[in-house]
Design a protein around this ligand. Structure first.
Ligand SMILES: [Mg+2]
Length: 275
């Protein structure tokens, strides 16, 4: 059997080359329609995010008052008196890109088609609940680090979007850490970098890799699911997860053997269903 890393790499390349997408046949992209509608129209999704950020706000106080507290696995020692900070992902954690997801369904063309243009429009909305949480953190003197896998080339559009929304952002501070190269998706080193100068109070994201390394998270779904349990003491205390049903590494973890066509991908999806 091919190694999973190899498979993921190939799947990634397939997706990058937009192998599955076409303007004529939109059926593959249309498979994500209900998840995008859930994000865009349901009160349940908004309520869930408000709930998550309300709980994160409560945890902020506890974390601030306990100097032995750190939420980063990368933070090892001598952090008690460092500047308190939070690490927060951007896409689907702060910014809501469901308009872009809608475009992929309507056009039949998937990411990365149109992504750069969408980012530079700087029109993404905000995830429900995030504004109050970020302002609370700022008010309490907690440093905010936006840690994203958007590429460096998208820095300007990303900052513009955050500022357009009126979310906390200071151009004079190093608040936005981006992805340097196409294949440097692992956030571990960047978390370590932030933890060198700060005590990390909370980590917030929508992907497992916002909290742990890609090595640990890029595995087949049956093993991957056990990671939720492994870190059960972190969820809801130090780590807060925004649900993202529309895309993410969870989907690639379904494919033990990489699909060579969209038909095969749909077959694997069906085979993975447990009736
Ligand atoms: Mg994200």
């Amino acid at each position: 059997m091919k190694s999973l890393k190899h498979i993921f790499l190939i799947v990634f390349i397939i997706y990058s080359n937009n192998f599955f997408s076409s303007e004529e046949d939109k059926s593959f992209q249309e498979q994500s329609m209900l998840s995008v509608l859930f994000v865009q129209t349901s009160a349940e999704f908004a309520a869930n995010n408000i709930q998550t950020y309300a709980n994160a706000s409560k945890a902020l106080d506890i974390a601030l008052n306990d100097k032995s507290w750190s939420a980063a696995l990368e933070q090892i020692d001598d952090f008690q008196d460092k500047q308190p900070a939070i690490i927060i992902d951007v896409d689907e954690t702060v910014l809501d890109n469901s308009n872009f997801q809608s475009r992929t369904i309507l056009s039949g063309l998937s990411y990365p088609n149109g992504w750069k243009e969408w980012v530079n429009e700087a029109k993404a909305g905000e995830v429900a609940g995030v504004r109050d949480f970020l302002y609370l953190a700022e008010e309490k003197g907690v440093a905010i680090y936006y840690l994203t896998n958007r590429l460096e080339s998208l820095r300007e559009g990303t900052i513009k979007n955050l500022i357009n929304l009126g979310l906390p952002f200071d151009k004079n501070k190093n608040m936005l850490l981006m992805r340097k190269e196409e294949n440097s998706r692992d956030k571990t080193e960047r978390r370590k970098h932030i933890a060198n100068k700060n005590r990390i109070l909370l980590v917030i994201g929508d992907q497992l890799t916002d909290f742990i390394s890609t090595d640990e998270a890029y595995i087949y779904h049956k093993e991957r699911k056990k990671l939720a349990e492994k870190y059960s003491e972190m969820w809801g205390t130090k780590w807060f997860l925004i649900t993202n049903p529309t895309y993410g590494r969870w989907e690639l973890s379904i494919y033990e053997d990489f699909p060579e066509s969209e038909e095969e991908a749909i077959e694997i999806r069906k085979d993975t269903l447990v009736p």
